[in-house]
Design a protein around this ligand. Sequence first.
Ligand code: MG
Length: 381
Amino acid sequence: MSLNNTRIASIRTHVLSAPLSKPFLWSFNRADKREGCIVEITDESGATGWGECFGPAKLNAAVIEAFTPHLIGKDGFAIDAIWQHLYNQFLDQGQKGLVITALSGIDIALWDLKGRRLNEPVHRLLGGPIRSEVKAYATGTYRLDEGNPLEYVIREVKGYVDEGFHAVKIKIGFDVSSDLELIRAVRSAVGPDIELMIDANHGYDALEAIRLGQAIADLDIRWFEEPVTPDNLGAYEEVRRGQPIPVAGGECDFTRWGFREILQRRAIDIIQPDTAAAGGISECKKIADMAASFGVRYLPHVWGTGIGLAAALQLIAVLPDTPPSYNPKAPILEFDRSEHPFRQAVLETPIEHGGGVVAVPSAPGLGIEINRNALDQFRIS
Ligand SMILES: [Mg+2]
């Protein structure tokens, strides 16, 4: 017997924003606030599902407004059918970027809704779980307006180690010489047992990235993330060939078609689609299966609120081990530690780590409940 009243009745976006107590910088940008576009879909039964779009919040909300006439009255359980319809309707101008980030928020909300209606967590509907908890790495070490990064970055990284994280990703991409000095200082401060990753946020060209990667070949860096811009796969291939650190990237790439080229060209060793950007849970599962067929590791990028984090965890629960083996290398979770006033506030129960490990939420849907008071507090439109 199939469920009744699964048709979509309404779609609402919540554009949230909050100022940062201390603005922070990465290679090409300085942030003085955090934003988010939260998606709420209600079906004819009155049940609600929640999603999140990565990227500029007001622009995502505008795209979702354009999607809405295509969604009202559609069967909310037919997630793939809805995905394909929206993609096909908008693909002439929307194969990448904001159309896909907005579509991601819709897809995540529909999965949450379906899970709630069926009283099952999303990972069970996706055929899992393969795992119920995941090791997390701390993302942080953004630059501040004041102070010496050789002091405050090392203090921050040591704090993550004291909290129990086994792995930390540090921000580079400012200047090769000072970045090298910082990476060496962090490695010597934390010792050889902590996994270190570096993320340039595409702040280098291929020559700079190769120079940096060669200079720290002996520091056991797990991956070198976004060494160069995502619109230049040839430069990625050069960096991969020209220096020894595994190359990661993909937070600015989209859909199975975008990742098909990356995988075919073997331009990236570890792909990092963002579940709230690359096409949602449906598309990221397809990308993950494709990556497995190429023998390429998949580690989701995560940088939003607890809703995007929950979506990533539902997907991580079903990512295949790469490669399958007696002691498989399970995927690890990006756990953003930079200031975000409503990352956890939008959740009734925050998703926390314990000793650097995060449990996959097991309640229905994404496994989270939304705190509507927080939405009211941080909503700007
Ligand atoms: Mg990154």
